[in-house]
Design a protein around this ligand. Structure first.
Ligand code: MSP
Length: 526
């Protein structure tokens, strides 16, 4: 991308039937890292997230809690979902709720447009419905359970709960019209769906043929009314997908809409079909551009299964951040899991990576270098003498790491970006071991060499602060201040991280960037 280009990234909007777990936080952090990276590269960046508040699932949860769906949603948003963003340091530019008036108005506008263009008709539908998924299911999506509470019943493969048979007079969207157009899209824009595994699955699915989609419900009223028939509300998914455009001014602020759209969309692979099939078909029907990309990331697994609240494997993000801190949370999930694949979460792995990569690898490097500049040079970052091959090798690594990290972010390979940045951490540690600044400090004749060595590692550290700021903003900010970096680290161009500038003075770190953690509460792993 060229600096200044629009970069709009959106997360799915989350159901407010329950509190967030680390699976939700995972999507948020990934989107946030991309947004921070692009912002720091000078791109015209926008990060959107929000909540999905209509539909039967929320209605039932509210009823079960003796309250109204709106009151329930307000409570969950204020007590759980907004605070989540603080807990994991998300820099979202906007937060959309599907109960926002701006959303409802633009949804009505969109629906009317599709209706007037002949893409919506009324008909009748009978099928199996999973309220957990808020989706009609095909037999393939169901299984019979031999034992347990639901023995002998047909249950949803995702939720493990019985489906309901629904028969309704509904409005339908002519999705079948879009089969070939979608296949053409997947072919002409090969990175429209990523990763490859999700892309293949979607293409297979669409090739089998698309049914028209039932897009209204009349058996309950918690939703946005169909503009021409107020006895129906719009199917929750159909309406929720529109958040990506209603939030940026579709139907009300065309200048902003054109400035931002299309978006890069991150979604869990379980909801990739909605985003890569229904969503682009809706947009095509309204003659709007399709998303730039739909990336279906993998699942966080706990004990080999998709972590989920309903299966009681949900882990609250604060359980991790309370012990390890926000930066470690963000780093761990971005580094340990290949973005696009499933990844198993374990406290042991988190703890081990914290210790070896963050505390020893990076944090210790920063403390040692700053302490040496303080001790040997009174806190003044020295002017270097002549560079040797070893110094040049550090500079070359810093420049390569920057380019590789940026290229990886462009491919949405966040883990590879971190791996590229870490080559510099490792090389700096090796450099210090070999150059032995503590030995140089004992020999006056080697004063100039010591100057050069200290200068070289500080240049490397500054580059790291700039490159790591999107992932570990707090630690990067502290390091930046400690090495005298000019301004705020978030204002440093990440695509030219090596060219950073600062005052030639260090300020000792008040505490380690990643302090030693004595004991991880084993109870937390339960
Ligand atoms: N409300 C819909 C999305 C509508 S977007 C127009 C929804 N909400 S959700 O709250 O159930 O899930 C939101 C996201 O969290 C999905 O992308 C889902 O894949 C993700 N995750 C839920 N559990 C997860 C894991 N265990 N691991 C990784 N991501 C997970 O679906």
């Amino acid at each position: 991308m060229a600096a200044g280009d629009s970069f709009y990234v959106a997360t799915p909007i989350f159901y407010v039937n329950d509190v967030p777990h680390i699976g939700h936080a995972y999507t948020e952090v990934a989107a946030d890292v991309l947004a921070r990276w692009h912002r720091q590269a000078g791109d015209d960046t926008w990060l959107l997230t929000g909540t999905d508040e209509h539909g039967q699932k929320i209605l039932r949860t509210a009823v079960a809690n003796d309250t109204t769906p709106k009151a329930w949603a307000d409570k969950l948003v204020a007590d759980s979902w907004q605070p989540l963003l603080k807990t994991i340091n998300i820099s979202n530019d906007d937060f959309i709720r599907t109960t926002d008036e701006r959303h409802e108005t633009a949804v009505v506008f969109f629906m009317q447009k599709l209706y007037d263009a002949g893409f919506i008709y009324s008909g009748e539908y009978e099928g199996y419905y999973c309220v957990g998924c808020e989706e009609y299911k095909q037999l393939d999506d169901l299984m019979e359970t031999p034992d347990g509470d639901f023995a002998g019943q047909l249950v949803c493969k995702i939720h493990g709960r019985p489906v309901e048979v629904l028969k309704e007079k509904n409005y339908f969207f002519r999705m079948s019209d879009f089969q070939q157009k979608l296949l053409d899209l997947y072919e002409s824009q090969p990175d429209f769906i990523q990763p490859e595994s999700v892309r293949n699955e979607i293409i297979q699915f669409v090739k089998q043929g698309l049914d028209d989609l039932s897009i209204s419900r009349s058996s309950f009223d918690w939703g946005i009314q169909i503009p021409w028939d107020n006895s129906h509300v719009i199917y929750v998914w159909f309406e929720a997908l529109l958040n990506y455009i209603t939030a940026i001014g579709y139907g009300s602020d065309s200048e902003n809409f054109e400035r931002r759209w299309p978006a890069v969309q991150l979604v869990g692979k379980d909801i990739a079909r909605f985003h890569a099939v229904i969503w682009p078909a809706m947009l095509m029907a309204a003659e709007l551009p399709v998303p730039r990309r739909v990336f279906g990331h993998g699942w966080l697994l706990v004990g080999g299964e998709k972590m989920s609240k309903s299966k009681l494997t949900g882990i609250a993000p604060s359980e991790i951040t309370d012990t390890f801190g926000v930066d470690a949370f963000r780093y761990y999930f971005m580094r340990a899991i290949s973005f696009g694949q499933d990844g198993s979460f374990s406290w042991e792995d988190l703890s081990a990576r914290y210790q070896s990569e963050l505390a020893n690898g990076f944090g210790n490097l920063a403390s040692r270098v700053i302490a040496m500049v303080t001790r040997y040079r009174g806190g003044v970052i020295p002017t270097p003498g002549e560079f040797t091959e070893a110094d040049e090798a550090i500079f070359a690594t810093a420049i390569r790491a920057t380019a590789d990290a940026d290229a990886a972010i462009e491919r949405l390979a966040i883990h590879e970006s971190l791996a590229a940045i870490w080559t510099l951490v490792e090389q700096l540690n090796g450099y210090i071991t070999l150059q032995e600044p503590w030995a140089l400090s004992k020999d006056e004749a080697k004063a100039e060499r010591l100057d050069t060595v200290l200068y070289t590692v500080i240049r490397g550290l500054g580059t790291l602060a700039v490159l790591l700021s999107p992932v570990i903003p707090d630690a990067a900010g502290k390091l930046w201040t400690a090495i005298g970096g000019h301004g705020d680290v978030t204002g440093q161009n990440v695509r030219a991280a090596f060219d950073w500038t600062g005052e030639p003075a260090v300020t000792p770190l008040v505490s380690s960037l990643f302090p030693r953690i004595e004991q991880v509460d084993p109870g937390a792993a339960a």
